[in-house]
Write a new protein. Sequence first.
Lengths: 324, 321, 312
Amino acid sequence: MFGYILSRLLQAIVVIFAMSILVFVGVYAIGNPIDVMIDPAATAEIRENLIRQYGLDQPLWRQYLTFLGNVAQGDLGRSMVYNTSVTGLVFSRLPATLELVLVAIGIATLIGIPAGIYAGYRPDSFGAKAIMALSILGFSVPTFWIGMLLIMGFAVQLGWLPSGGRGEVGTFLGIPTSLATSNGWSHVIMPALNLSLFKMGLMIRLTRAGMVEAMQTDYVKFARAQGLPERQIVFQHVLRNISIPVVTIFGLELGSTLAFAVVTESVFNWPGVGKLIIDSILQLDRPVMVTYLILVVILFVIINFTVDIIYARLDPRVRLGGKK
Amino acid sequence: MSPALDVQGLTTRFDTRSGTVTAVDDVSFAVEPGRIMGLVGESGSGKSVTGFSILGLVDEPGRVSGGRVMVEDTDLRALAPDVMRSMRGRKVSMVFQDPMMTLNPVLRIGDQMAMAVRVHEPMPKARALKRARDALAKVGIPSPEERLAAYPHQLSGGMRQRVAIATALLHQPAVIIADEPTTALDVSIQGQILAEVRRLADETRTAIVWITHDLAVVSSLADDICVMYAGKIVERGTAEEVIGRPRHPYTLGLLQSVPSQHEPGTRLPQIPGSTPQLSHLPSGCPFRNRCPRATQICATAPPMTGTGNRSALCHHPLETA
Amino acid sequence: MSNTATDTGDALVGPAAAPMETRTVRLRNFWWDFRQSRVAVLSLVVIVTLLVLSFGAPLVAPQDPYNIAMLEWLDAFLPPGTVGTGGYVHVLGTDNAGRDMLSAIFFGLRTSFTIALSAGALALTIGVTIGLTSAYFGGRIESLLMRIVDLQLSMPAILLALVMVAVLGQGIMQIIIALVFAQYAYFARTTHGAATVERSKDYIEAARSTPLPTHRVLFRHLLPNVMPPLIVVATVQVASAIALEATLSFLGVGLPLTEPSLGSLISNGFRYIHSDRFWLSIYPGIFLMITVVAINLVGDQVRTVLAPRHGR
């Protein structure tokens, strides 16, 4: 198990390095940040000075090393728009995004998995077909459009929920979060539902597919031949088996939910990192873009790493190094 | 002695797109305690469906449409689904063909067996595990205590099949249906398991229905043999009678195509043609277009010739061979 | 055999050189199976109708929404069903600039289709080339290419597209490139997966051992056999390209309103969401939803039909 973790850890570090180079080259090497920063009427001398000051006269690999050095010291530069440290800016926005993502994943799991189990257990029933039809909708209809409908319905027409923004922030176990106040919940529930729909569709399909497959296996027939009741077969035999792929996807999707938060946050005017990245793209605030992208990459790698470990814990065949 | 299992007129049909197919057609047989009955047939002959029908576990779109399944004087077919469930594993158990697939890969052996114990006899888990351990020891598994903590993939195929047999034996059922349990195993392991099963049948007085396509296996194991073809039992008798003096031309064909019983260097005889599709059976005797003895009369339904325990379903049974 | 084959050697190896008859039969069988789902057939009809309406927009639409000279301030915010200064009924109302919504939607749909189809075709070409190349050559090339593809697949498409848009800026070409960048990996992965399975089969070995040029083996023999899964992926990806483009345009980083797509129309209407002028955003949204769902439903049915049969 230890060797397994170590090799995974090494892989993760390699990926982070590779991606940091890609992001750096992608955002810094294409186009010239100086053009954005200074008045086009500035003299050639001022230009030269600025270029030297930012190290843009150095070869790309040296620029990258300088960049890495700064990153190692936690310095990702200053936002050109907000004129504050990018790290501070991103981290001040992160809690809002995280609580949104957490609630969304919670909703997707609590509804998606039971619905998937049902649809997989009785695949030919009307209920199962209705669930699958809904999951196709959740899967294919663009998030922003559903978000807009939610606002029109629940905020504009019915007036039950606020149409956007984050609510009052309270503290829970010393962590400042809007999930600690009822006003906060009234703000988070609609965007979280919006964000969860895609994941819910995915969760339903995965669970259903796993269920359908598992119910036809010999070990289920054998359990039936032992006289186990269906409920016990589903919950003690089958769920344990399908939990492996479901947990894996659940984890992997945590990262993509963070990315999809970009859309939901823009629709609901939610002050998280997703809204920040859109604003920074619109305003060509490159340091913020780079920081966001690197942060997302690191998050993805950490999530993949954790999922691998959990996967190994759950599946004895992987954990004990046996063959499949 | 009254039989442990008495099947009368069992019929199972499948509703498919191309019409209704009768996979098990009016099948009757009885097995007495401690005896092993070999149910022999090619794949598609309905022998496995017969096994599942006895347990009431035929998958959609199949359904048992007629007959009685008496286990120790209870008609399983007359029971409510939940009562029927309580009979499975307690009075009738089943062992499957592929030991790689019958155990849940993500649960420990002990947990799976304890679950099977406690579903019929509520008891603390520690006691259930002890029962499981004893069962493993009884089927000849070395150091059973350690095996309880193992996952299926850590055991060999033969070991897994022993675990499956031990699980089927947990409640000392009256009947065990064994669906080709040694087909997927190496020949050497197969021999060990067969010896073990013979011993268990004698010791526990459990009646065993041994489903197989392999006449060589049943000839050394079974007390009685029923040969199935196209959903019907075409010949029955003691193992000695059926193997030594087959009456049905199909049985003879099967026997002649067993390589080990054949003289080396000569061409191995085989039954011409292939197993008919159940949806396209010829009229009369279903074997007639593969049968060397077939005549015109075979286009009509063949009669049962012989007495109750020694009979063949044929117009032209072989007298001796 | 050699009479029918104009290309030497091809007829000897593999299903690639299937005669015309079997291909027609296969197509007819496919259509027969596809028809089993009424929902899928209906979806197909909807897609074809929308394609005709959008590409025929200049002929069908009551107004040219790009022609600013034609727009009348008096016509702004007319509710659906009102007759405007042009003397005809604005079935779906007008927007803040007095544009007829129905016309704007048809033209917007045309932009959406154009972008999604070109991006899809490009992504398909690039992805298939990468997938086939890596599957055929194997070794280092394969592991390097597939490593990159997998890395990209682990990132959500929206994120990749955002990065590209951030780097490239706005405009139709930029969006297409961003979409291709976000989507080619799906094609590459699918092609590679299917081709690896095919690779191990005898007929590819046979084709390889004849002196046929490499590209010939790749495209004449491997490609036809990876087609079924590719068709499914392509349908799904075109739907997701339409949704993705709409999302980017909605976020304001896609197309400007001067080149309206469904996304930018909805984005424009979103500004009036708190007033009662729902028609500005609802109607383009409904068209978007219908388009995307219809394509996905067709894709679903194609997947079902092309899937290896379960034993009957």
